[in-house]
Design a protein around this ligand. Structure first.
Ligand code: SF4
Length: 328
């Protein structure tokens, strides 16, 4: 089947992935492979804007790639690579920075938010982040970028930079990426309050042993009004029920929806059911992960091969870019 075009998406190397990563992004990455040429990048250079040390970067990159591959990213179809392995992106970033107005970058809400988050480390990389992101996208002649509705302004900003570049150099060499709206599932952590995240330690790791998954699920916050087993609950405000709806069989979901409201099922039993369903769901993933991990240097080979393919596209783009700019 002819593919609809090229998709690009990048994520920071955060190490072992959790359920939020899986439901919010990886699942979609896997599905898109059937329709698009997919380029998936582990953006280690972007990570440098916030990390204090690089000692975990290599391990985090490998662990994350391993999870993506075990979840179904097919390296024979898709390009999976590490951002810093394609140095052309830094060159393109520099050229694009010359057509990007400083005021626009300092005005971006994301930049202001970063200043708030790390006032003692307001580095240039934070400011230039959207320019480097644009370079990531256009270097690979990307047609579409899958984003949730709240991320769409970032792609719009990239489109503006592309238009500025093409206008300045009277060219059409850079492609304006289109937004592919995807429903990004916001998965709450086990605290039931914040988005699932490793840094908040409210996550459920995909590759954990089943017993550890059960332990984490047992910690999940439920309907706070349900103090005693005999108190009726409200599944509509319970994160455990939200998770059941995503991963448990329909008849079980319906049963919980009824029984919770009349205290026919207790939270301990309800959570255990979810943990068991989750473990069952993750069984093939965990088996494949273990198999891939046992093949020494497999992940490294995939990343090297992906980088080689990415560099070939990047080299071609940069030849065209330099020509368009009439560089000596
Ligand atoms: S029984 Fe299940 S859905 Fe109801 S409050 Fe407890 S954990 Fe939530």
């Amino acid at each position: 089947m002819a593919k609809k075009g090229r998709v690009f998406s990048g994520a920071r190397p955060t190490g072992r992935q959790h359920l939020g990563n899986y439901l919010g992004a990886i699942k979609n990455y896997v599905a898109m492979q059937d329709e698009y040429d997919c380029v998936y990048c582990i953006v280690d250079v972007h990570a440098l804007t916030t990390v204090k040390t690089t000692e975990d970067l290599k391990l985090n990159t490998t662990e994350m790639a391993l999870d993506w591959l075990a979840a179904g990213i097919r390296p024979e179809d898709s390009i999976l690579f590490v951002q810093s392995h394609v140095p052309q992106v830094m060159e393109l970033h520099t050229y694009l920075s010359m057509v990007t107005q400083l005021g626009k970058l300092t005005d971006l809400p994301t930049f202001k938010e970063k200043i708030r988050q790390q006032p003692d480390n307001v580095n240039y990389g934070l400011l230039g982040y959207p320019v480097l992101m644009t370079a990531d996208i256009v270097l690979y002649k990307t047609d579409v970028v899958p984003v949730g509705i709240d991320q769409a302004p970032h792609v719009e900003f990239a489109r503006e930079i592309v238009r500025s570049f093409n206008y300045r150099y009277h060219t059409k060499v850079l492609i304006e990426p289109q937004v592919k709206h995807t429903e990004v599932l916001k998965v709450l952590g086990i605290d039931g309050q914040e988005k699932m995240s490793k840094s908040l330690d409210n996550h459920i790791e995909l590759a954990s042993p089943p017993q550890e998954t059960i332990r984490r699920v047992k910690e999940m916050v439920t309907d706070p009004a349900r103090v005693k087993r005999t108190d009726p609950g409200n599944p509509d405000i319970c994160n455990v029920f939200t998770m059941h709806k995503i991963l448990s069989p329909q008849d079980e979901v319906e049963m919980i929806n009824v029984e919770c409201r009349r205290a026919g099922i207790g939270c301990v039993d309800c959570k255990l059911r979810f943990a068991n369903n989750l473990n069952k769901h993750l069984e093939p993933f965990r088996a494949k992960r273990a198999e891939l991990a046992s093949q020494e240097s497999y992940v490294q080979e995939v990343l090297n091969e992906g980088s080689k393919r990415a560099r070939a596209i990047a080299q071609q783009t940069m030849t065209e870019v330099r020509d368009a700019m009439a560089l000596p």
